[in-house]
Design a protein around this ligand. Structure first.
Ligand code: SAM
Length: 321
């Protein structure tokens, strides 16, 4: 939560560390897989679960914001490291007014823009469900504000899903990322995100007693010396069912909280997914059931699909697209 009027400036000087080009290349190369291919993938359920967590998190904070602003006021969001726009439908369903999408991978940004055009295509031209801008940038090195079409924009929410950990390559990059989060956020605005749990990764490495470990779904290989892990730059390679194979960094959570404070951001909530699920399932059950509809009715919707569950099925497919 951004709780102060002014923030201290972070350094924007270039760093000697360089991982960003490898990460950009990796995500640019990722193919857009069709729904059929994803449906048959080993990580189909994991992806759905992650999507459900993001949906709950996003809707929770949009609700908090709507409760705190005047009815009819604009609701503006930055989706930092947005990738191909996996959260666009969540922003549309959350009835936001304006979205800024940015990512280091230029091909992903173009796919994100195309997806936005597709989902807002049927909106009447004078009543678009939400307006958006898109640009390629390294959030750990570039000052995003300078690239906004209106640098004086005031954001209600900054969201960084499954990506904040890339900035823990160096203190300078973490500072720039947090400066980017903080500097356009309104007082009382929120920063939300999802990251791997460094403590859990280290626990698994210790249990495996080797620097390469995992299962048939994920693989981790430590690049840094696992017996002498630095606060910044603790590097490992992460592989996920052949979908992701990319260098990442452990986030030392106490240092993250401390650094965020420097940029006027106060921690209000940090929860592991396994604890988040029981907390949110009450409100989130219908969404998860809708997502499961695709499994129940088959990919083409021709298995036991009746008029009454047609709507449910359509929603689930939209969600997965
Ligand atoms: N947020 C999206 C989602 O939840 O579907 C994408 C998540 S994907 C796991 C991580 C994204 O972070 C990739 O699109 C990658 O290009 C982006 N990324 C990594 N490092 C970045 C950086 N330094 N600046 C901007 N984007 C970055």
């Amino acid at each position: 939560e951004n709780n102060e009027e002014e923030e201290e400036g972070g350094s924007s000087q270039n760093s000697n560390y360089d991982n960003s080009s490898v990460v950009a290349k990796h995500y640019n190369q990722l193919q857009e897989k069709g729904l059929a291919e994803r449906f048959n993938s080993k990580i189909f359920y994991l992806r759905n679960f992650n999507n459900w967590v993001k949906s709950m998190l996003i809707s929770d904070y949009l609700e908090k914001i709507k409760d705190s602003i005047r009815f009819g006021s604009p609701l503006r969001v930055l989706d930092m490291c947005c990738g191909k726009g996996g959260d666009l439908l969540k922003w549309q369903k959350g009835n936001i007014t304006y979205l800024i999408c940015t990512d280091i991978a230029s091909i992903s940004i173009e796919q994100c823009r195309a997806r936005y055009e597709k989902i807002t295509n049927n909106d009447p031209p004078d009543r678009k469900s939400f307006h958006a801008e898109f640009f390629t940038a390294d959030s750990t090195r570039d000052r995003l504000r300078e690239r906004y079409s209106d640098p004086s924009i005031e954001l209600n929410l900054v969201s960084c899903q499954f990506a904040f950990h890339y900035c823990f390559e160096s203190p300078k990059q973490a500072e720039m990322m947090l400066k980017n989060v903080s500097e356009c956020l309104r007082v009382g605005g929120y920063f939300i995100g999802t990251i791997p749990d460094a403590k859990d990764i280290i626990k698994r490495q210790r249990a495996a007693q080797t620097d390469s470990f995992g299962n048939d779904i994920f693989q981790i290989k430590f690049i840094s010396d696992s017996n002498d892990l630095p606060i910044f730059g603790s590097k490992y390679n992460f592989g996920l069912d052949g979908v992701v194979d990319c260098p990442e960094f452990l986030v030392h959570f106490p240092s993250f909280v401390k650094l965020a404070k420097k940029f006027s951001l106060k921690l209000i909530e940090a929860v592991r997914f396994e604890d988040y699920f029981p907390k949110k399932i009450g409100r989130g059950r219908s969404l998860i059931e809708k997502m499961q509809a695709v499994e129940r009715y088959g990919l083409n919707g021709n298995r036991n699909l009746t008029r009454s569950n047609e709507e449910e099925y359509k929603h689930a497919k939209d969600f997965l697209l």
